[in-house]
Design a protein around this ligand. Structure first.
Ligand SMILES: Cc1ncc(COP(=O)(O)O)c(C=O)c1O
Length: 370
């Protein structure tokens, strides 16, 4: 299989560890090992103290899948398979798709969500948002027009990277009904699950709503544990799950033993990880709203209701890519242009999950003044 370079990841590879400031990261600051272990109860601490680096269960150890299960309403521990999020996405597409299949995917989107499908020969139709004065909106009626009995897979991502869009429950129900109408598998990338800015708008995982859905979640975003490299698929479709686990034998085979214990601790004490992240995101979002007000000739920002990122309109004479290259080369701030999402050249992604956010904004402010 030939696959095009992952533009966003290549852009990160170029600058993430060589430049001084980042303003577009979608993850939150990583928690330390000490912090994770301090959250552990005595049983979890015992797991850690007795840790051995043997092979682990390829679907994920029992204690880990039990901890994951507790975050869903109706998913059992044998309806979960643990692996890195990228691996999960790659395997799922390989298991479900073949040359000529029709797929519908949101756009803009994290590239692997449509690129793996395209590389397998699938024809991808894109579900585009409207940009309203209330922010980005993905209209289920437009999705409905794109889907037909030929559609093999619908791919969604809520809360959405990069726009921060999340549907309300009525729209989410409509999306599920569209998939249900033709009995289509719905792949729901929920990497930003539970990062909801107003707790009144929490959404269920789609695998809890629809028998034919596969939900993906993991540690990188909501939990601030990107370096753990852990994620999982949850689905009631045991046939799909079995094929996924069999495919995994050709990739990582099983998960790293230390990460399983640490991930279990974080899942069992999720409030110690997710709540501080949401607080930080809200604080930084408010600071950013003020910044945009002062720089309204350059930027347009509509409030977001979920996730850790926003897709901000750049009102520059330069294309986003040129603006970002100029910024990183002259101020040391790495910013992601919309070209990395195959979505025009007039947006930038802003990430709210980092503690040094206001420091980076003041460096950007100085760049703008110059
Ligand atoms: C929507 C989405 N899905 C999947 C991933 C991959 O997650 P991870 O970095 O943990 O592999 C990302 C990472 O940015 C993402 O934004």
């Amino acid at each position: 299989m030939h696959i095009k370079p992952f533009k966003l990841e290549r852009y990160f590879a170029k600058y993430e560890f060589s430049t001084k400031y980042l303003i577009s990261s979608s993850d939150c600051d990583g928690y330390s090992l000490d912090y994770i272990l301090a959250c552990a109860n005595s049983t979890e601490r015992e797991l850690w103290d007795n840790l051995k680096f043997s092979y682990t269960d390829s679907t994920g150890s029992d204690f880990l899948r039990e901890a994951i299960k507790n975050h869903y309403l109706s998913i059992n521990s044998d309806e979960i398979a643990v692996m890195s999020p990228g691996e999960a996405n790659f395997i799922l597409m390989n298991v479900l798709l073949k040359n000529g299949d029709e797929v519908v995917c949101m756009s803009p989107a994290y590239q692997s969500l449509y690129q793996v499908a395209e590389s397998l020969g699938a024809k991808v139709k894109f579900w585009l948002p409207q940009e309203t004065s209330d922010g980005f909106y993905f209209d289920p009626d437009i999705l409905n027009e794109l889907v037909s009995e030929k559609t093999k897979l619908i791919i969604v991502n809520f809360p959405h990277n990069p726009t921060g869009f999340v549907p309300n429950v009525t729209d989410l129900q409509k999306i599920v009904e569209i998939a249900e109408k033709y009995n289509i598998v719905l792949f729901s990338d929920e990497m930003y699950h539970k990062i909801i800015h107003d707790p009144n708008f929490q959404l269920p995982a789609i695998c809890d709503m629809y028998e034919n859905a596969v939900s993906l979640w993991g540690m990188a975003k909501s939990f601030g544990l990107a370096g753990m490299r852990f994620g999982w698929l949850a689905t009631k479709r045991k046939d799909i799950l079995n094929e996924i686990v069999a495919f995994k034998d050709y990739l990582s085979i099983c998960n790293n033993a230390a990460g399983e214990v640490l991930t279990t601790i974080a899942l069992n004490h999720s409030e110690c990880f997710i709540d501080p992240n949401i607080k930080k995101i809200l604080k930084n979002k408010a600071i950013f709203a003020d910044f945009v007000e002062e720089n309204s000739d350059l930027l347009d920002f509509y409030n977001t209701r979920a996730g850790s990122t926003a897709f901000v309109k750049l009102k520059s004479n330069l294309k986003s890519y040129e603006y970002c290259e100029n910024l990183v080369n002259n101020s040391g701030i790495m910013m992601i242009p919309s070209e990395m999402f195959d979505y025009g050249s007039s947006h930038i992604r802003i990430g709210f999950g980092r503690e040094n956010f206001s420091e980076v904004l003041s460096v950007w402010e100085a760049f703008i003044r110059e």
